[in-house]
Design a protein around this ligand. Structure first.
Ligand code: Z5A
Length: 222
């Protein structure tokens, strides 16, 4: 039986990594086999492209070229990690996926929507997420959380964008959620971490029934 594919999306500092790893731990406690991963990156080829993108080295090439690089990284990630894991029956939890490209390169980067959708069709095909959590927060709150976590480290390519950019990101994510309610659920992530995690867990149980998933043999003690 194919595993399940869950993605976390949202603007900066909305708690995607925090919630993705909490969900992974809760699933593992039920002996569900889990692969926790992220984009850009998640596989060795894609991690190289991640460095090129987030360092800002590709910025002079323009947003269209960046969209193609994100797609190339995603292709490697899907081929070498995500699809094999799903075929083994594992649950894949991914911190950012296609909606990040739609929003950052499409809506905000002004890459033609048809190019974004064609890249998506070629690279992702039918490996679409079963469920996508869109973590929602006022842009200034998320940026402040991300800034505090970063400390004295340098901001990456997208963290240097303006507050207005980040507010538009939020609207673009909410528009995706409104257009695809079967796949996407908006989560108010201004609440404490455990409250957010409990709501996510309730939705995963209701929609995907992890208790019925095959037990992962790797996790069974001999
Ligand atoms: N990008 C793109 O343009 N196109 C694409 O197709 C893809 C990506 C896939 C990846 O950055 C960048 O690539 C991203 C979009 C672009 N833009 N940027 N920047 P990344 O992987 O380095 O980082 P990120 O995905 O942007 O992560 P993030 O937004 O910085 O953080 P987060 O994962 O959403 O949040 P967190 O790390 O879980 O939490 C941040 C801090 O807040 C941390 O100290 C937590 O302890 C704290 N936190 C979390 N939840 C709470 C609650 N509920 N209350 C209080 N504090 C909290």
């Amino acid at each position: 039986m194919r595993g399940r594919f869950i993605t976390f999306e949202g603007g900066e500092g909305t708690g995607k990594s925090t919630q993705a790893s909490t969900l992974a731990r809760r699933l593992e406690a039920l002996a569900v086999g889990v692969v926790l991963t992220r984009e850009p990156g998640g596989s060795s080829g894609a991690e190289i492209v991640r460095h090129v993108l987030l360092s800002g080295a590709a910025k002079p090439l323009g947003t269209e070229a960046e969209a193609i690089l994100f797609a190339a990284a995603r292709d490697d990630h899907l081929t070498t990690l995500i699809r094999p894991a799903l075929e083994r029956g594992q649950w894949v939890i991914c911190d950012r996926f296609i909606d990040s490209t739609r929003v950052y390169q499409g809506d905000l980067g002004a890459v033609d929507r048809r190019i974004i959708r064609r890249l998506e069709r070629v690279v992702v095909g039918d490996t679409m997420p079963d469920l996508t959590f869109i973590l929602d927060l006022p842009a200034e709150v998320g940026l402040e959380r991300a800034r505090r976590r970063r400390g004295n480290n340098e901001a990456d390519r997208f963290e240097t964008e303006t507050l207005e950019f980040h507010a538009r990101l939020r609207d673009a994510y909410l528009a995706i959620a409104a257009a695809e309610p079967q796949r996407c659920v908006v989560i108010d992530s201004q609440r404490p971490k455990n409250k957010v995690a409990d709501e996510i867990w309730a939705i995963v149980n209701r929609r995907l029934d992890p208790a019925a998933a095959p037990v992962s043999l790797e996790d069974v003690e001999t």
